[in-house]
Design a protein around this ligand. Structure first.
Ligand SMILES: [Zn+2]
Length: 328
């Protein structure tokens, strides 16, 4: 069989990996819970076991491994292969992950953060396929972004470019404190967590709660999530529709600035919040052209990501196929 790429997605909940062809076909998949609360030796062991299982699967297919791609959350030094402070990965701080894996398996390792990697995968194999300039955003617990220009991730001087979720869209709102320390980042309005938090706050001021949303939550207002809002909106609940409309409008304002700055061919949006679908995308597409000087903005596609569930695995593998890494 042709050589395969091993893609590994390290997260606080699970460590998932897969074997992919250069064309982006996932031919094997393994997954283990991270169980980070059991300490670094255990959680890093889970990672090793996922890789070992995949190497075994490759052996059964009589396929060589051309390299290992790894994506993880949070900032990292991709040149040195060091994770700085990945959220929800206890004991993984300042870990020389690339050296650890290269020494253990004798296979070359590429690393990047998960939003960059996911954006690259969408640009190579997903909704951005065939486009040279892709802006990718994943809207879930937070908002991560990746700028993929000519099949390469734009990293900037310190590897910190493409942190678009922390662009300020409103700077005087004391209620919108972001986990990065800034106020008014788009993430603090339109991530799934932020949308739910803002909705809970608005609901607290209502004497009469929306009945359809009450059915979805069972009246447990404090545990209201984006999923509840999406389901109630689907059933026509006006409050939930309004909340999603507001999030979409704000994303449109933000993406207007992105288009002014980057003039991309296409904007690809993934993550759990994107699954809400057209109710969210309509206000984005309506608002975006109003917020940019770019006269071609209304022609810039804003589409849903395609790789969805396993995008981390695809993204990690895609790291080996960036224009700069093509010597392999
Ligand atoms: Zn922020």
């Amino acid at each position: 069989m042709e050589p395969l790429i091993l893609g590994l997605d390290i997260g606080g909940t699970k460590i998932a990996g897969g074997l992919l062809t250069r064309a982006g076909d996932l031919v094997a998949r393994e997954e283990r819970p991270t169980e980070q609360s059991r300490g670094f030796d255990h959680s890093s062991g889970q990672m090793i076991r996922v890789i070992e299982a995949l190497l075994q699967r490759a052996k059964e297919k009589d396929a060589e491994i051309s390299g290992i791609g790894v994506c993880a959350p949070g900032p990292m030094d991709i040149e040195a292969g060091i994770l700085f402070n990945p959220p929800n990965l206890e004991g993984w701080e300042n870990l020389a992950l690339r050296d650890l894996l290269e020494e253990r398996f004798g296979i070359r390792v590429w690393m990047d953060n998960d939003a960059n990697a996911a954006g690259l995968a969408e640009a190579l194999w997903g909704a951005g396929k065939g486009f040279e300039r892709v802006f990718y955003a994943t809207v879930s617990t937070g908002i991560g972004t990746g700028i993929i220009w000519n099949r390469r991730i734009l990293h900037g001087k310190n590897g910190m470019a493409g942190e678009g979720g922390h662009m300020t869209i409103q700077f005087e709102d004391a209620d919108a404190v972001c986990k990065c320390g800034n106020t008014g980042c788009i993430e603090s309005y339109a991530s799934g967590t932020s949308v739910a938090r803002r909705a809970r706050k608005a609901l607290a001021t209502l004497d009469e709660k929306p009945p359809l949303l009450e059915q979805e939550t069972g009246g447990a207002w404090n545990s209201l999530t984006m999923k509840h809002l999406a389901k109630a909106a689907e059933r026509g609940d006006a409050f939930s529709l309004g909340v999603i409309e507001d999030a979409g409008t704000r994303l449109g304002v933000w993406l207007g600035s992105v288009v002014s700055m980057l003039d991309p061919d296409i904007i690809v949006i993934g993550g759990g919040v994107a699954r809400v679908g057209e109710t969210l995308f309509e206000p984005i597409r309506r608002e975006l052209p109003r917020r940019t000087i770019n006269p071609f903005a209304s022609e810039t596609g804003v589409v849903r990501a395609e790789l969805d569930q396993d995008v981390g695995i695809y993204g990690a593998a895609a790291l080996l196929l960036q224009r700069s890494a093509q010597e392999i």
